[in-house]
Design a protein around this ligand. Sequence first.
Ligand SMILES: Cc1cc2nc3c(=O)[nH]c(=O)nc-3n(C[C@H](O)[C@H](O)[C@H](O)COP(=O)(O)O)c2cc1C
Length: 345
Amino acid sequence: MSGLANRYNWVKSPLIASAPMRLISGPALAHAVSSAGGFGFLAAGVDVTNLSQDLQTFKSILSTSPVPNYSLDVLPVGVGFILWGADLQHTLQILSQPDTPPPAAAWLFAPSNPSQLKSWAEGIRTATESKTDIWVQVSSVADAIETMAVASPDVLVVQGCDAGGHGRYQSAGLISLLPEVIDAVSAYCDKKDIPVPFFIAAGGISDVRGVGAAVALGAEGAALGTRYLASEEAIIKKGYQDAVIRASDGGVSTVRTDVYDKLRGTANWPEGYGGRGVTNKSYEDAMGGKDFEENTKLYKAAEAMGDAGWEGEEARMTTYAGTGVGLVTKVMGAAQITREVRGEK
Ligand SMILES: Cc1cc2nc3c(=O)[nH]c(=O)nc-3n(C[C@H](O)[C@H](O)[C@H](O)COP(=O)(O)O)c2cc1C
């Protein structure tokens, strides 16, 4: 049994995590993944207002449908935070409620600066008496070493350039990035005499072959976002889900860009981050030099159209997804996805 499956006793090896996806990864998805021996994440994202409620809902699902083998001192779930926007003090209040076990992991992503990452890691460890593990998602060797220096995480999620949603523009594919990060971090830990973290791979992994490749490269498992967009439990508009299933050839059909951030008005990401998604008319018009106000007006009109905003030649709505979209061909239950990508029938 691998180290992480020992650490989280409901988890089977290789570890399959459903990545925290803002507005999409809710309690039902996280619970289904953890129930199947994976590691489900809720997504607080940049706004922790709904986190208490999400944890309560998770607990109430858990009480009627227990996750096999979990230990009672933590909830068998993680929570993802986008650090540049989320409120640390409010988070610490929520995570330190005496009557509720804290989540087993906090997944930290996109700090404005290293000292913010340090405050989050230290704050969460203190508030939860180190019951909540610190996972940090990084997308370069430099990020990984800096993260080790300020936060010494239990788990490093190494995000390759194929990942859906936000990530760094300057990043490599997992096949070169992951082993280089593992070597550099291992050497750093050896020099500093600190424990080597566990490594999880993220980015473009949509099936059992991708998970096998991640393990061959040295990871303990994989975090999947795009594949879980096509789960029954994802909180997602049908038009968005259909667009993910329709899309193929992800290196051609998706791109990392800030066009959709601008159109949606979420343009506070730190320098160097963009969101990867399926391209459509909004992107084409922006690249073609269409006036921003006009493009925004058309985007808002598409939003008002509901599912149709993702359909046809005039599709304009944000469809964040990774290059693995072409391997996502049908909607399935999240538990079944988890078992299938782990290599079970
Ligand atoms: C729709 C969507 C939303 C995402 N939202 C978040 C988020 O809120 N926080 C975060 O740390 N990562 C987020 N990500 C990135 C994931 O953590 C992860 O890196 C990515 O999904 C892995 O690549 P894949 O989509 O190819 O599986 C998101 C990804 C997608 C597709």
